[in-house]
Write a new protein. Structure first.
Length: 402
């Protein structure tokens, strides 16, 4: 990852924000039912990106088809179930969010859906994860902003309030998708997982459209252009530029920049659909953006503070600040061969390295596309061969003489 932004990275960020911001205006401008729009968005995206992703991971797909991957073992059915639930949450997100764009303004819909990090923090707190004070402060600001912005819809009545509630449901569903994906991504690559969730999401939306007798064909010209725009902008350009930008900047920076979706989408709705923003909702929308920004950045600040405290107490140097996701100490291994590395931070061994010893790297492989576990340890003095004539004893003597 580069520590300084170059023009190419900035261009990728701009393309990401603009492409993602086109979702709400394109959906609101179409005349087809929102569930049908959500189905065709996933269907077209899977038809275009699915074969390409599967071709990249063709060896992994072949192992899954033959049952060689852990994904099909009996003990791995639970992660597969979490993946199915995650795809269901994604389908709910698409249906609720795209419906809300028809019932309320584009600015309100995108601002309320942008509260997904807030609900993500609440889910983590419910799972026992310690929540920093800054996160709770950001949550409070977001709630106050949503109440202030939605107050006008509550007084006016009609479908606007329902659209606001559906936008919140879409944000909660997106947070649920992220939380469930963390539980199901242990034994499958990103490409295969994305293809799997898109397929399940599309099939579920197809079932909803069939049960509700929602037509999937016979769209007018504007709807066809909207579907083409959803495929090109958020599905292909948005996803591709986002993945490219994440390789050159931190996820926190991209999460904050994606909050610009609200003003960009509102500007696009005003320019192409003559949909204005009510002045009374502007302070509430600004509070939502500020609150979500505080929530997104609070995790990074808390992580840096914890690393500094640990460095002062243990003397173990922290990981570089430019690392996007610093690795955690390895969990207690279940393999009986490595009991001595159970709760051993590899940096402790590296700090005791004298320069002559050779590290031992152990890789465990379970048929996945990448190595599942890596153990790195340095030989310790108490493990040296007691035979004084052995090379190991001679090496230890030289180390002690230094």
């Amino acid at each position: 990852m580069k520590s300084r932004l170059d023009p190419l990275s900035m261009a990728a960020m701009a393309v990401t924000v603009i492409s993602v911001s086109a979702t709400a205006p394109l959906t609101a401008a179409a005349s087809a039912s929102p569930p049908a729009m959500a189905f065709w968005r996933n269907c077209l995206g899977f038809a275009v990106l699915g074969p390409f992703l599967l071709m990249i991971r063709r060896r992994e797909v072949a192992r899954v088809a033959r049952g060689e991957r852990g994904l099909l073992r009996r003990e791995q059915w639970r992660p597969l179930l979490f993946g199915f639930l995650a795809a269901t949450a994604l389908a709910l997100h698409f249906a609720a969010f795209m419906t809300s764009t028809r019932l309320t303004s584009v600015a309100m819909s995108t601002a309320l859906v942008a509260t997904q990090p807030v609900w993500q923090a609440l889910i983590a707190a419910g799972q026992g994860v310690r929540t920093p004070r800054r996160t709770w402060a950001g949550l409070t600001l977001s709630v106050l902003g949503a109440a202030a912005a939605g107050g006008l819809d509550i007084r006016s009545g009609g479908t606007a309030l329902l659209g606001d509630l559906l936008a919140l449901v879409g944000a909660i569903a997106q947070a649920g998708y992220t939380a469930l994906s963390e539980r199901s991504r242990a034994d499958v690559s990103t490409s295969l997982y994305s293809t799997f969730t898109s397929l399940v999401c599309g099939l579920e939306l197809l079932a909803v459209c069939r049960l509700a007798h929602i037509p999937l064909t016979g769209f007018d010209r504007s709807t066809q252009l909207s579907l083409l725009g959803l495929l090109i902008l958020p599905q292909i350009l948005g996803l591709g530029s986002l993945n490219f930008a994440l390789g050159r900047t931190s996820a926190t920076t991209m999460s904050v920049l994606l909050l610009l979706e609200t003003p960009v989408a509102a500007l696009a709705a005003w320019w192409f659909m003559a949909q204005g923003i009510k002045p009374a909702t502007v302070p509430g929308l600004m509070l939502i953006i500020v609150g979500v920004t505080v929530v997104v950045t609070s995790g990074v600040a808390e992580q840096a503070t914890a690393q500094q405290r640990r460095h002062r107490s243990t003397g173990i140097p922290p990981y570089p600040t430019y690392a996007p996701n610093p690795p955690q100490p390895p969990p207690a291994p279940q393999h009986p061969t490595f009991p001595d590395t159970a709760r051993q931070d590899p940096r402790v061994d590296w700090s005791q390295h004298t320069g002559d010893e050779s590290p031992t790297v152990t890789l465990t492989y379970h048929g996945a596309g990448a190595f599942d576990t890596l153990f790195l340890r340095m030989p310790r003095k108490e493990e040296v061969d007691p035979n004084p004539d052995s090379p190991a004893e001679a090496l230890a003597d030289r180390s002690r003489q230094r």
